[in-house]
Design a protein around this ligand. Sequence first.
Ligand SMILES: Nc1ncnc2c1ncn2[C@@H]1O[C@H](COP(=O)(O)OP(=O)(O)OP(=O)(O)O)[C@@H](O)[C@H]1O
Ligand SMILES: [Mg+2]
Length: 266
Amino acid sequence: MTAILAISNRKGGSGKTTTAVNLAAEWGARGHRILLVDLDTQGHAGLGFGVVAGRDEPTAHHIFSKTGFSLEEAIRPSVSANVAVAPADPLFDGTGVADRSVSALRRNLRSPAIAERFDLVILDTPPSLDMVLVNALAAADSVLIPMIPHALSAEGVRQLTRLFFRIATTVNAGLTLAGLLPVMLNPRTSHHRDTLQDVGTEFGFNRLLSGIRSDIQLAEAFAARRPIHDYAPRSRGAADYRVLADELGGLWPELNPDQAFDTRLS
Ligand SMILES: Nc1ncnc2c1ncn2[C@@H]1O[C@H](COP(=O)(O)OP(=O)(O)OP(=O)(O)O)[C@@H](O)[C@H]1O
Ligand SMILES: [Mg+2]
């Protein structure tokens, strides 16, 4: 079965897209077959791989706006090995959508064609609470919450965890929390350390992943429309995303690097 990881936070600019792009590239490079679905109309996740939908081209959002549309129609190859992308529709506004059900995305992702082609689906989600975000959590096996460790960040995490529990107690009982991921981290800043202490106390220290340090090369890689794995493999950002891929692999056996080798053999 294809594993589905949603990357979400109700706060904007919290490293969701950067994490979606760079995890997809890292796991792709390890031999996993990845589908990155860009559910944010800003289209940044697709852009990070150089994939943008032109006018009238099929997008991930068409599963909501077009009757009988199948996600497969929107899937395209990317600049990275093993990573395919379903780009976003910048014109999607959520009004007048054809399919308002919470399971439209889940139905599409659980199709035999997706199961055959991909080991893992990564969902980059918008910060707004709308039917697209609800669809993402209803479809996912697990949610990863990136967050900047400063005083105002906890509220975005709280809002997302409230939604997490609502979905996990209704339409998606199998939903798990992959962890809280501190991003743009400066371990020498005492404010960051204090915030992480507070976040650990509130949400559980066992939920806190090692984190991604602040690295301007992550922003530069995005501007160059390439993942950090290709753009600056020796950078701090690349090293931290490798550690994250290992950590999540340890938590989630489907993502274990050893199994990537098996995938290539089969
Ligand atoms: N570890 C990091 N170090 C330095 N800059 C970073 C890091 N992570 C992300 N950024 C930069 O921070 C900005 C916001 O990141 P990103 O776009 O990933 O957030 P987001 O949560 O997807 O935002 P939105 O809610 O608008 O979708 C971007 O300019 C990105 O390049
Ligand atoms: Mg984003």
